[in-house]
Design a protein around this ligand. Sequence first.
Ligand SMILES: *[C@@H]1O[C@H](CO)[C@@H](O)[C@H](O)[C@H]1NC(C)=O
Ligand SMILES: *[C@@H]1O[C@H](CO)[C@@H](O)[C@H](O)[C@H]1NC(C)=O
Ligand SMILES: *[C@@H]1O[C@H](CO)[C@@H](O)[C@H](O)[C@H]1NC(C)=O
Ligand SMILES: CC(=O)N[C@H]1CO[C@H](CO)[C@@H](O)[C@@H]1O
Length: 296
Amino acid sequence: MVSWKFVTGVIAAAAAVVSAAPLEKRIVSGKNFDHFMVIVLENEDYAAVMADSYFSTVAAKHNGNLLTNYQAITHPSQPNYIAMIGGSTLGFSRLELFIIKSNFFSKSIVDILEPAGITWKEYAENYTQGSNGACNTATSLSNSLYMRKHNPFISFTTVTSNASRCKNIVPATQLQTDINSGSVPQFMFYTPNMNDDGHDTSLSTASKWTKGFLEPLLSNTAFNKNLAVLITWDETKDYDIPNQVWSVLVGSSVKALANNTDNTAYNHYSILATVEENWSLGNLGQGDVSATPFNI
Ligand SMILES: *[C@@H]1O[C@H](CO)[C@@H](O)[C@H](O)[C@H]1NC(C)=O
Ligand SMILES: *[C@@H]1O[C@H](CO)[C@@H](O)[C@H](O)[C@H]1NC(C)=O
Ligand SMILES: *[C@@H]1O[C@H](CO)[C@@H](O)[C@H](O)[C@H]1NC(C)=O
Ligand SMILES: CC(=O)N[C@H]1CO[C@H](CO)[C@@H](O)[C@@H]1O
């Protein structure tokens, strides 16, 4: 169902009578939320994250839920990202060097969001677009902060062969612009850079970054409206233990369970299942079919 919501524009001139037309924003109302943001951090074991003073308190602080039984799909990083939006690792697992250059002709979340009129963007820190918003398919950029393997959309030819879809893969600085103009998309996938996500740094760097990024967003009542945010890790650091990753759901749409804890079995395919259920989108016929949608 498509409805129209109106975000009142800011009237800058108080004295003069100006006709401030409201900024109109097309929204497809979801059953439980209207906006969903996924933030993916890198390579930590569940127990290590639980020992961090910020992460261990964030569910209770924002009356969300810690997800105590959430499994990543595989190792190494990249197929987990592919799985989150494609519903499958598309046949690859520990072949990182090969996968970095991968191009999959396969459907992704984009192909079920767009027909329903649900807007989406990939916000990738330190990514730069090609001219006219073209997809930049480089494996990495000279800043050493952006890596293609953490931006799953760029690996789907169903995205990269389409100029208008490429425009939705944007540098992360665009988020503030979109917030300011009241035009954030309904599905947001946020990829922090190689330092902020902990990959090239440490858990404490990822913790400081997440706090500095998330807290202002959640305090922004316009942004944090009918919103659910998933913070998750791509995979565990230790490949020899079960691939259980620390994840949390926060945001104004999330209904807190007892002790701010949700023990339901989830995995990365639950991201797709959640989006599909909330907006009645059908499915990709992949791992999303049997995955459990999050309690939101
Ligand atoms: C990398 O991206 C972050 C987040 O968008 C930004 O704050 C920072 O200035 C960028 N760094 C470089 C070197 O471009
Ligand atoms: C390209 O993307 C646009 C929207 O992003 C969509 O409407 C259109 O159907 C796509 N074209 C193809 C050939 O998939
Ligand atoms: C509450 O949740 C924490 C994890 O956040 C857990 O360690 C603790 O055992 C739980 N307490 C109860 C009473 O369930
Ligand atoms: C994932 C999600 O949001 N699920 C909810 C979708 O809406 C129905 C109600 O129509 C809820 O029962 C689900 O929990």
